[in-house]
Every structure is written in C-alpha cells, then in structure tokens.
Design a protein around this ligand. Sequence first.
Ligand code: FES
Length: 166
Amino acid sequence: MSELIPVLTDEQLSETELAAIDAEIAHVPYPASVAIDALKIVQAQRGWVSDDALQAIARHLKMSAEELDGIATFYNLIFRRPVGDKVILLCDSISCWIKGCDALTQGVTNLLGVGPGETTPDKAYTLLPITCLGACDKAPVMMVGEELYENVDEQTLHALFGKGQA
Ligand code: FES
C-alpha cells in the first residue's frame, strides 16, 4: 500500500499533456479510465511522475491522488522517482532467473557502477529489476529505454555499456 500523498499543490499539466490526455478521455466514459495513459503521457514529457504531477493528473481525471498513486505504484513502468535518461529493466522472473539474470545484474553493476534501484552519476542510466517482460522463450531479457534485448549475455552488456559505449 502506498503512503498518502501529503500536500496538495497547484502544479499544472502543460497544454501538450492536457491535449494528449483529453484525446484519450474522449474515447472513454469516465476520465479515470485513462489513468495509466495519463501517467504515461506525463512521464513521457517529464521522465518520471512526481507527487505534484500525480496530483495534477488526479485532479484532471477527477479521482483521488491516493487512488492514482495506487495505480502508478502497481504499474511498474511508471517511475515515481527520478530516473536516468535510459532505464535498464532487467527481468528477474523465473525463466530469466534460471538463465542467469543475477549474473547479468552483477555484470551491469560492474560496467556502470550502479546496483538495482540506482542511477549512474551522469544520470545516463537507472538499473531496475522488473517482472516478466513477456519474452520468456528468449530469456534472459532486458529493456534499455524502449529497446528490448533477448538472449542477453555478457557480450550484450559489453556492447551496450562497455567502455566507450555507455
Ligand atoms: S521471465 Fe523474463 S521475460 Fe518472462
């Protein structure tokens, strides 16, 4: 259960954000139906969804901030803390675990100097574990930004994050 969002702010959504969210609302009976889309829209603009931004979205969707935060927290591709320019999502569910995702996590840590939940000092990457990415037959799997990488091995990591590549 997420904590209560403590302070109401007057954070506003941008015209771009509002237009995109309203375009989604136009297709549904209740504004709250587009909660995940609205969170994605704001995250695409800002990189993550702060408490202030979450409250602004909730007001626009006519729902409580707590209710929206529950959705944002459940949906693990919505980032509620600042992240790097690219997020490395390393699947740690069963197929990827069997195929060595722990070693890959350590490999990323060795190359970039960050552990799970951490962001590189230059803010280029954040490393996060994630549950199944739906490509279990190609395990181990990870995403870097919008790109999905299958059958990941040490060579993949070196190509992506090795000296001169990151
Ligand atoms: S278990 Fe990793 S993609 Fe499904």
